[in-house]
Design a protein around this ligand. Sequence first.
Ligand SMILES: N[C@@H](CCC(=O)N[C@@H](CS)C(=O)NCC(=O)O)C(=O)O
Length: 213
Amino acid sequence: MDRPVLHIGNKRFSSWSLRAWLVLRKAGIAFEENLIPLYTPDTRQAVAAISPGCSVPALQVRNTVFWDSLAIAEWAAESVPELWPAHEARRALARAVAARMHSGFTALREHCPMDLGRVPQAIALNDETRADIAAVQALWNDVRSVDGPWLFGQWSIADAFYTPVAARFHAYDIPLHAEAQAYCDTLLNDKDYRDWLGAALQEGLPSPADKTT
Ligand SMILES: N[C@@H](CCC(=O)N[C@@H](CS)C(=O)NCC(=O)O)C(=O)O
């Protein structure tokens, strides 16, 4: 049977692609990758040609292409339910936590775009971004399990959604509470994330003309 193909953006910049890629890796689903360079004059057309949602990541499964990191994660969880917590209430909470990242924290996403090639360096942060950073840490503090190093004990899709956040905190040298820093260290030392990072650092890239959030 043909393997699914995950269409992704540059590993250095595409935080949404990283989320979907991590989920498929953790699910143990074999897949091919197709990288579409972002920030080129041809990007829009190239993405529109493969993704009905005109965005990456997009996953081609046989004759169907579906898009959006959260939809791809849910597709994987249909065959690998362990990608979400087993307990019903924790599972609902994990979904809410992932969804909050997916649709929120916009100041953090805009002002601290993911750039895995960036030498860690602080920047001036506006009030909205500082508020997002505080809210992320408060959220982690509220939900974090004592049963393991991940947000819900075992690795879950929620961890995929916060891995790029940890990468931003690192790249912009953002001081964190000790517990939040420990969780970020767990995310950034994860073997699958390190594989993605290694590939990102091999990419020869121009500076983005636009910023990915
Ligand atoms: N909500 C979407 C966001 C995807 C997104 O914004 N992708 C960016 C790259 S990280 C993109 O496809 N950009 C292509 C373009 O702007 O033409 C998801 O979760 O997958």
